[in-house]
Write a protein that binds this ligand. Structure first.
Ligand code: SAH
Length: 487
């Protein structure tokens, strides 16, 4: 049985700009054949065990020739696989999507095309340039600024000038001078506004607006590199007013998120929404411990110090054919709001959350506020790497407790290849993330790195390894994101 090929548009860059259908196909594909223009944010959506074939092209030279790409798609489909051919922007807008379908169609291979958001519209929009506007134009034209090998550009400049529409040149960076001369030669006003949007929709986007007579110089002066759009038309004059993306507070800042996959997305997404470039490289991995065999014991108070602990324990109850009624008659304390939110997913409310989200405050405030007393029987459900903060406080107050690990925290190999100049800020959401990331060793490079930490304990650990530390006001992801804008 032959498989099927999905030609999927990955959008212009930013991870949110892929279609739902495209994302679902990426998650379920057997093999992904991808391009250079596909962004890291999109690549992160590919499950770790999915096969990838990189046929990425660099401007000017094609490491994998088009014919070979076409054959790879055919071979993979013939092997019975669901193949996703991931292409930057939209597959049919200067994407050679048509060429890739020809061989499949000739060989009777089933295929589908999933359109993508083309950079020709999206990069302009992120640069504050609406490709049409009733006051300025009544058409928009997409033009390649790249000639086929050994050939001249074949552009009918007279027609383009006569149409008075917005002109969007793709692949035009290296021919900017020729394009501008062509338009001027055909009578276009030298003062006609033009825009350049380099790396559109990505955190390192740059946008420039200038009159046509200065376009080629601007490309040179700013060192514009592919991928970039060259846009010609009155709509470009709106960029100064509508350039929303370049004004985001974290625009251009590069963040490294070291949280485990499950918790990383909220932090990564929040930072990205503020314009940051975010790389996710988990420094720890958590794994539920099974079987748990927790007795019905005489516990009257259950304490959770992480969402992972709640998830592991509550799922274990369900796996054993039991449910939230196990908690009946027992009080529940949580370290903070995210842990309480995880509890609510299982239909449970926290009875106690400390004013500051730390183990130390949890222990102290439970005791000072009388939530636990000398008569309490406390059950702590935590990681195998939990700190002594809560247990020390309980011991000092003479309160009996049992501390049962419900999940394991595994430190992932230290980032040997880590280059500090790659990032402006490294985020740590727990002490174990710091331990995992550093591999327990201080390094000279850390002194040049800003570490954004979730709480005092995490900050202390990061300081120990030599980082320049910034700590969020509260131990929440929201507060970390707010703090990020002050760095
Ligand atoms: N199929 C793609 C275009 C491929 S041609 C699409 O629909 O977007 C490659 C050209 O697209 C580049 O030379 C550049 O002009 C443009 N391009 C692609 N991504 C871009 C981006 N993020 N910002 C600006 N231009 C981009």
């Amino acid at each position: 049985m032959n498989g099927k090929v999905y030609l999927v548009g990955a959008g212009p860059g930013a991870g949110g700009l892929i279609t739902l259908k495209g994302r679902d196909l990426i998650r379920s594909a057997d093999v992904i054949v991808c391009d250079r223009l596909v962004d890291e944010e999109i690549m992160e959506m590919i499950p770790a065990d999915t096969e990838r074939i990189d046929v990425g092209k660099n401007a000017g030279h094609h490491p994998v020739p088009q014919d070979r790409i076409n054959e790879i798609l055919l071979e993979q489909a013939r092997a019975g696989k669901q193949v996703v051919r991931l292409k930057g922007g939209d597959p049919f807008v200067f994407g050679r999507g048509g060429e890739e379908l020809e061989l499949l169609e000739e060989n009777g291979i089933a295929f589908e095309v999933v359109p993508g958001i083309t950079s020709a519209i999206a990069a302009a929009a992120y640069g504050g340039i609406p490709v049409t506007h009733r006051d300025f134009c009544s058409s928009v034209h997409f033009i390649t600024g790249h000639a086929r090998a050994g050939k001249e550009l074949e552009i009918d400049y007279e027609s383009l000038v006569r149409l008075k529409g917005t002109l969007v040149f793709l692949m035009g960076v290296s021919n900017a001078g020729q394009l501008a001369r062509g338009l001027l030669g055909a009578g276009m006003d030298p003062e006609e506004p033009t825009g350049i949007v380099e790396n559109g929709t990505r955190s390192n986007q740059r946008t420039f607006v200038q009159p046509l007579r200065e376009l080629a110089d601007a490309v040179e002066k700013h060192g514009i590199r592919s991928p970039a759009l060259l846009i010609v038309g009155k709509v470009c004059s709106l960029a100064d007013r509508f350039g929303w993306f370049d004004r985001l507070p974290l625009k251009g800042k590069r963040f490294l998120v070291t949280r485990p996959e499950a918790g990383a997305s909220r932090l990564a997404e929040g930072l990205r929404q503020m314009g940051a470039q975010v790389t996710v490289r988990p420094a720890i991995r958590t794994e539920a411990i099974r079987p748990l065999n927790i007795s019905d014991g005489p516990y009257d108070t259950v304490v959770f110090t992480s969402a992972a602990g709640v998830k592991s324990y509550c799922e274990s109850l369900l796996e054993e054919g039991r449910d939230a009624r196990w908690f009946a008659g027992r009080k529940i304390a949580c370290i903070g709001s995210a842990t309480a939110a995880a509890l609510r997913e299982f239909g449970l409310q926290a009875d106690f959350i400390p004013s500051v989200f730390s183990g130390e405050a949890l222990g102290r405030e439970m005791i000072d506020g009388g939530f636990v007393t000398g008569d309490s029987r406390v059950l702590l459900l935590r990681t195998d790497m939990a700190s002594r903060d809560v247990t020390d406080a309980l011991e000092q107050a003479g309160i009996a407790y049992e501390d049962i690990p419900v999940y394991r925290t595994e430190l992932l190999a230290a980032e040997e290849t880590f280059a500090p100049e790659e990032f402006d800020v490294i985020t740590f959401t727990s002490r174990s993330c710091v331990e995992g990331f550093t591999g327990g060793k201080s390094r000279k490079e850390f002194e040049d790195c800003v570490a954004l930490c979730i709480g005092e304990k995490t900050a202390e650990a990061a300081r120990r390894y030599g980082f320049q530390v910034v700590c969020s006001e509260e131990a929440t992801i929201g507060s970390m994101i707010a703090k990020a804008t002050e760095i």
